[in-house]
Design a protein around this ligand. Structure first.
Ligand SMILES: Nc1ncnc2c1ncn2[C@@H]1O[C@H](COP(=O)(O)OP(=O)(O)OP(=O)(O)O)[C@@H](O)[C@H]1O
Ligand SMILES: [Mg+2]
Length: 353
């Protein structure tokens, strides 16, 4: 009750946040006549202008402007200090955010104009607000049909200008394809490349799609590509590049509902499984023994080939090794089934939809 009253007088936190963004909306709208005067080529040239501005601002961090550049410069100095790399990364990230924040209004005005010319949709003011909220990494809640697909184009364009790739995560292949084609017209018009990750792409096709400025795909595909990349033996076989910025469509569904199904990756074992059968035969020949605790300070004595500690985890010892203290088995029980070892390039469970 009190909360409702206070909310009525001062506005909710949400309303205040939105109010704070209104001057920026006005600034973007004020740039509209200027943008409308530009030819298509001049509008596209804005992309290069923004890219140059970002590159100039980040030039002090060395060529490449990526983690790799930081790592190699640190290693060149014989000082691969992870703390230093982390600090430098943070500095670089802050510098990038600063310049993106400076160009935000002009960049949004460029996208709005491109939307009008290419898609015949001029971003509404609420869509500009939604775009700013997403750019800050927060959640923008918009109702069905309010045009969230178009909202994404604003922060996507802005964050893709740094050349480090932007992911747009959707719930299914159909939406990934539809949105990449639909909004792709706008990005391409402005000189950005677009890729889409769907089922049945090979590694090279995936690598190409991830190398694009904007990559559409489903949470499942992004997730499994991440897992598979982590199982690659060589970094050059990986398909994804370092992460930069992602927008999640239908975030409630992806981060809450879908997150309940873990991504599991598994495949057949590379090793021969007949070892398990052989070990199984040996196990049945072992004699179960007993433990006799020793006097205080003295070790226990054992009979048989192994003893079982019912209270704790199964213990075992080998008569041949003559171990005095049974080695604790790392597993809860003795495994006699072939283990599912991770193998690269295998199909996986749980990704069919
Ligand atoms: N600025 C705009 N001007 C004109 N039409 C627009 C604008 N923004 C969105 N639309 C139209 O609104 C419709 C709904 O857009 P969209 O599918 O992006 O909505 P949504 O918010 O993602 O909805 P859902 O919650 O169903 O996914 C589309 O047909 C789109 O063309
Ligand atoms: Mg939608």
């Amino acid at each position: 009750m009190i909360n409702t009253l206070l909310g009525k007088v001062f506005g909710t936190k949400n309303e205040r946040e939105i109010k704070r963004l209104l001057p920026r909306v006005a600034a973007i709208t004020a740039l509209e006549p200027e943008m409308q005067k530009l030819s298509d080529e001049q509008l596209r040239a804005k992309t290069d202008e923004f890219r140059q501005k970002i590159a100039d601002r980040l030039s002090r961090f060395g060529a490449g402007n990526g983690t790799q550049a930081l790592v190699s410069s640190a290693e060149a100095e014989n000082e691969p200090d992870p703390e230093r790399i982390k600090r430098a990364e943070k500095e670089q990230y802050d510098a990038l955010q600063e310049v993106l924040n400076e160009i935000l209004e002009e960049a949004f005005a460029v996208v709005r104009e491109a939307g009008r010319r290419v898609l015949n949709m001029r971003h509404f003011d609420v869509q500009l607000i939604g775009g700013m909220v997403l750019h800050r990494g927060t959640i923008s809640e918009m109702k069905t049909g309010e045009g969230k697909t178009l909202v994404a184009t604003l922060p996507v364009y802005l964050n893709a200008l740094g050349g480090r790739g932007v992911h747009v995560v959707t719930v299914n292949d159909y939406l990934a394809k539809r949105d990449s084609e639909w909004m792709g017209q706008l990005y391409r018009f402005l000189g950005l490349s677009v890729g889409v990750i769907v089922h049945d792409l090979d590694d090279q096709e995936r690598r190409d799609a991830y190398a694009a400025d904007v990559t559409y795909g489903t949470n499942n595909e992004f997730g499994f590509d991440y897992l598979r990349d982590n199982m690659k033996f060589d970094a050059k076989d990986c398909v994804q590049r370092p992460f930069n910025f992602a927008i999640v469509d239908e975030v409630d569904s992806i981060l809450i509902d879908e997150a309940r199904t873990p991504l599991i990756i598994s495949g057949a074992s590379e090793e021969s499984t007949d070892k398990y059968a052989r070990v199984n035969r040996i196990i049945s020949k072992l004699d179960k023994g007993e433990e006799t605790p020793g006097a205080p300070g003295e070790p226990s004595t054992y009979t048989g080939d192994y003893v079982v500690d019912e209270k704790h985890r199964p213990h075992c010892r080998s008569r041949e090794l003559g171990a005095q203290t049974p080695r604790r088995n790392r597993h809860q029980g003795v495994r006699t089934l072939p283990s599912r070892r991770r193998v690269r390039g295998q199909r996986w469970r749980g990704d069919h939809r």
